[in-house]
Design a binder for this molecule. Sequence first.
Ligand code: 5AD
Ligand code: SF4
Length: 480
Amino acid sequence: MAKNYSKYFVKPSIKDARKRKEKETEVINFDDYFNIKGFGKNKTYKIETFGCQANEADTEKIEGILRALDFTESEKLEDADLILLNTCAVRENAENRVFGELGRLKQFKRNNPDLILGICGCMPQEEKVVNRILEKIPHVDLVFGTHNIYKLPEYLETVILSKERVIEVYSQEGSVVENLPRIRENSRKAWVNIMYGCDEFCTYCIVPYTRGKERSRLPEHILSEVQTLINEGYKEITLLGQNVNSYGNDFTDLDYRFKNLLDDLHQMAIERVRFTTSHPKDFDEETVKILAKGGNLMPYIHLPVQSGNNDVLKRMNRKYTKESYIQLVNWIYKYVPNASLTTDIIVGFPGETEDQFQDTLELVKTCKFEGAYTFIYSKREGTPAAKYEDEITYEEKKDRLNRLMDIVNDGYLVGTKRFEGKVVKVLVDGLSKSKDTVLAGYTENNKLVNFAGPEELIGTIVKVLVTESKTWSMFGEIVE
Ligand code: 5AD
Ligand code: SF4
């Protein structure tokens, strides 16, 4: 166990994380930075990832760095020399799971005192989390945040070779790091970060504090990454950003926005382009018109609405109204008639009345969502909404969630039923979870389909006739 503190001792500050300065984003080239190698030889690692796609993408980069240092992945968690938890701070229950896991891993440390235990991602960006680790969780050796993954080699060198504890979390605005090595989880579908951070400051959300200022990657870096993926045989990319529709707004001398990026990608030889997450405030009609070009631009949009009531939206600082949201949805159905829409909804936001909740139910029906992630509001220290008066009981919130889920599930079923009897294109992911003789994959509209077929089809796009639709999945037969 690392006992002494190293020169790396920087705690997070929510106050600093809130600041946004007008400053050109610094682009760091990892190749210029990476000069210590080889000390992972004969050592193994395991990473446990919690939370959203941004974390999954970060884990791929962390793995890339570890392999570049000659670490190899351990088959079993209990045999690893290094365990890293890449964490999520968006809701309290996600955090509780991580604290539970840290408790469980204490036993591993007893069995193997040389085990290095680290925590990274969004949770360390919170003051209260780092304070809790400092006060109560001495078996954690390494703590770093979302802004300094590229410094992992020197942190590990310190923890492993000098046996000193590293705690370094930056709360400044963040840079863009290019050329990080990467071990991609999937050999056909890839995440492509197009921007980092978030400047929206929705009043319930911790992300702008944990992931810093919004900063876009330069188009040439994104397009060349996509070209490399094409050359490597990738079929599908998902563009990642907290608000992809504001891509490029931070460029000072470049007039290039999300619609330009989509248009450029439309002309490239990648079979499928998806993106997440969209913000309704910045999603304009012109972008919808680009999506209408179809081709590799998939007819599936995840468009978080959060609430269907204007007063609640205002207090959430979402900067759009129910009416403008419906206008956007109408554009989508007009220009991309086959589109599938999904959304995120929070119930029990502080002060939400039953009538306001009813407005959300109404909006869900109006927008014909074919799926939704539904959440009970979770108080996040340091965000404005944490100070709002919250008189709704937990039972009431749970009841609202259940009523909402009933309606959302009806939408899922309508969304799969409409493909019954139709031929859909499926990118074959692998064998179905329940039966190892059945293949499974996703359609252009992002619906899961199971069908019989040979394993050689994994990684290809096949045509499937949908014979039966259920709420969560569809069944079919290969036609070609
Ligand atoms: N409580 C509940 N849900 C939240 N989300 C973000 N912050 C909170 C919170 N404090 C939800 C939003 C967002 C999704 C990723 O998580 O719906 O779109
Ligand atoms: Fe959070 Fe709002 Fe930013 Fe999404 S847009 S990450 S909900 S602050």
